[in-house]
Design a protein around this ligand. Sequence first.
Ligand SMILES: [Mg+2]
Length: 388
Amino acid sequence: MLSSSICRASSVSTATLTHSRLSTSRFLGHAKRISTGPKSSRAARRWSSRSADSHSGMSSGGRGGGVRAAAQPLQNADELIDSVETFIFDCDGVIWKGDKLIDGVPETLDMLRSKGKRLVFVTNNSTKSRKQYGKKFETLGLNVGEEEIFASSFAAAAYLQSIEFPKEKKLEIFMDINIASSVNPEGLICLVYVIGEDGILKELELAGFQYLGGPEDGGKKIELKPGFLMEHDESVGAVVVGFDRYFNYYKVQYGTLCIRENPGCLFIATNRDAVTHLTDAQEWAGGGSMVGALIGSTQREPHVVGKPSTFMMDYLAKKFNILKSQICMVGDRLDTDILFGQNGGCKTLLVLSGVTTISMLQNPNNAIQPDFYTNKISDFLSLKAATV
Ligand SMILES: [Mg+2]
């Protein structure tokens, strides 16, 4: 695991002493003890401005929109299939339940592929990386490539990349412009503090970011002796919070110190799901419970990168060069999957094979109405046959 000490070491390596001025200027706007005045570049301003967005009300997604017509039962699958070129599937409750594949999924995916449809799998679960999810698909006998999987763990790393979050300290620049002696390199950010599990760490590592926390802090305890003060790394410029079975007070306090005391420190949530399904016996407190603790202690709203925020939808549309109107989002949750599709301007299909029942969908208090609903995705096959 990478650590702040590694970060510090890398910042003073000989190899880094010949770097360009441009790359350093990206994080001048974020450095704690450095003026951004005349030395800040367009890149720095761009990064700052994007970072500022993350603290605004627009960050958490879920705008919902106006009143929609009541969802219609899916009757003509061919019509829906022919009207889009990409299907985005949520995983749990759509493809599998826990570790059990839902009936008819392999045949349905095969049929869609045979019709030339692009298939993408998006999950808010951040405990696994794309590679780890790839293994789960393989174990279940599904032929799905890593490049087709987008977990919120990946979204966190992709978001940091999109704002050009620094990957290392650039002390060399200050050497270059002869101000090294006046700069404390501790003020330069390059670290992400993680409250979450292995999937986030794996994706950050793959993207080249340096991090602290994660499972390593799971066993840490705080002894509140008189005068005790917790130190925190001033190089942390982003705190990423995801579902964490080893959540504890140490992590809350560490993340809180970073967000409250490191100027400009980002607060990023993989998702705000209220509950999740760790066992089939009951609902369990979801990632939103961990995020909520940090909202409470920092009085800040996070930037959400998972569903229903549009970040992943925008990312996918750009990556595959597809129109959002040519996408159908298929999911089992109204407040994440369906809202994600609607926020992105996509067609939406609710399946009743997961957490949402027909009575929940049709409850007068429910304002989130998908375009269509059906029992499970393999209805694509039977409804298709029925319409032939
Ligand atoms: Mg689901």
